[in-house]
Design a protein around this ligand. Structure first.
Ligand code: 5CA
Length: 441
């Protein structure tokens, strides 16, 4: 993509409405614009990142055997009356009436809907387990939407649901999601700490939040150092082997981890040796729940057991805040100059900077590099604007692409270009050929 054609409205100044760094950077880097309180439009750069995160989440769900569906955003109030949550959800739920005076709502989550789909079709334990997810916009009328996409009213969530015969089987499904989450967040370049959590309005009695570490995070995290040092990026587990999955979960749940509201200093001190105690800051990006028959009973989702009896299915639900992750990743990965995207979700891999757009040799070299990178399928954003070098460097650092390839008249005379890593700031003068091959072209 050429910057002269791209819609990338960057800003030099810090927008006054943004209180946290990710919100400031997302506005400054032209990723989103607010439509109304807690509701955002995603501009090309922001939407590209959102879709990449979504794709990593999707691939990891597929890998564990969870099947993608797509349920609607608008749901019927009657469905929620059956579970008792239509009244219980309170003012956070956006309620709508259609032209026939029927009560509808914009879904804040989908337990009722998926349970209804399941109960109409599945009647035997032989069909179990069933694992399904969708990636869909949600609406929660938060009292105080803030921090940009991190606490929006409209937000994109991956929500998955499991259906099993009994508690033992449901726990096996729960553990698969637990491991899947470790892998997902590691692929996104994040350190995620699973910690025991309250279940809130979702209900149930087994729940973990996944908190990613970021110095600017909302909550304090007290945990065993091994959490921080564990690297889940190479985690390979056979999801079909419940014992192997359980081993990973047992290891992570054996270590102490709490957020500030639940921090018990005495426990921390007795369970974690002094030299292993660490205090960090973090952001909740995922939440998993087991809630037994809380929805299957009122919605009549029962199946025939191997003994020929009728039994309500045991369920769990598993959320990841996909749009929140965009902000959370920036909180975890930025510096004073801007965003530093992990390669797995960077909007473009390379930013190509033409230092002198008016110079024939520079422009010719840049056009060639641009064509070669595109041909090789390497995603490149080409700054072909007629701007000062300083402004180009500042914008490139702000938008945080992993690699910058700088082409200037003096280098070209020597046959070299400059390759800069955004993460380390390291610059190298290399030949054109070697720059291209290093970038995968
Ligand atoms: N039904 C369950 C799991 S599928 C559920 O709704 N869980 S949740 O309430 O914990 O939300 C799941 C994830 O969505 C959270 O971990 C968080 O990352 C994200 N999320 C929740 N509320 C918001 C919000 N207002 N803005 C952005 N992301 C949010």
């Amino acid at each position: 993509m050429r910057l002269t054609r791209y819609f990338l409205p960057t800003m030099k100044d810090t927008p006054s409405e943004a209180q946290i760094v990710s919100h400031r950077l997302m506005l400054r880097a032209g990723m989103v614009r607010q439509a109304s309180a807690g509701i955002y439009s995603w501009l090309p750069m922001g939407y590209k990142v959102l879709r990449k995160i979504e794709q990593v989440v999707r691939e990891e769900q597929d890998r564990m055997g969870c099947q993608e569906v797509l349920m609607p955003t608008i749901q019927s109030a009657d469905l929620w009356r059956k579970s008792g949550r239509y009244d219980a959800y309170g003012p956070e739920m956006l309620r709508i009436r259609d032209r026939h005076d029927r009560d509808m709502l914009y879904g804040p989550t989908n337990e009722e809907q998926i349970t209804e789909i399941f109960q109409a079709e599945v009647h035997s334990y032989r069909a179990l387990p069933k694992l399904m997810y969708h990636i869909q916009w949600k609406f929660r009328d938060e009292v105080r939407p803030r921090f940009g996409v991190m606490r929006g009213r409209e937000f994109l969530m991956k929500d998955a649901y499991s259906f099993d015969l009994d508690y033992e089987k449901a726990a096996e499904s729960y553990r698969k999601f637990f491991v899947c989450y470790l892998r997902t967040f590691a692929r996104l370049g994040l350190k995620a700490i699973p910690m025991e959590a309250d279940t809130g309005p979702i209900g149930g009695n087994l729940s973990h939040e996944f908190i990613i570490l970021a110095d600017t995070g909302e909550s304090a995290v007290f945990c065993h150092r091994d959490f921080v040092e564990a690297d889940a990026s190479g985690l390979k587990v056979d999801y079909e082997d419940p014992q192997a999955v359980k081993k990973v979960v047992d290891y992570y749940t054996s270590l102490y981890a709490r957020t500030d509201e639940k921090h018990d200093a005495s426990l921390f001190e007795s369970e974690v040796p002094e030299d292993k105690r660490v205090e960090r800051r973090g952001i909740e990006v995922g939440h998993i729940f087991y809630f037994g028959t809380k929805y299957s009973e009122p919605l009549g989702a029962s199946i025939a057991t191997p003994e020929g009896e009728e039994s309500f299915v045991h369920m769990g639900s598993y959320g990841i805040g996909v749009s929140r992750l965009v902000g959370a990743i920036i909180e975890a990965s930025h510096d004073e100059n801007g965003i530093i995207w992990p390669e797995s979700i960077a909007p473009y891999k390379v930013g190509l900077i033409n230092l002198r757009a008016g110079d024939e040799a520079c422009t010719k070299a840049c056009d060639e590099i641009y064509a070669k990178l595109n041909e090789a399928g390497v995603e490149v954003l080409y700054d072909d604007r007629d701007e000062r070098p300083g402004a180009k460097f500042a914008d490139m650092d702000l938008i945080g692409l992993p690699w910058q390839l700088v082409v200037g008249p003096r280098g070209l005379e020597k046959g070299v270009v400059e390759l800069k890593s955004r993460a380390t700031g390291e610059k190298e003068e290399v030949s054109l050929e070697s720059a291209l091959s290093r970038l995968g072209a």
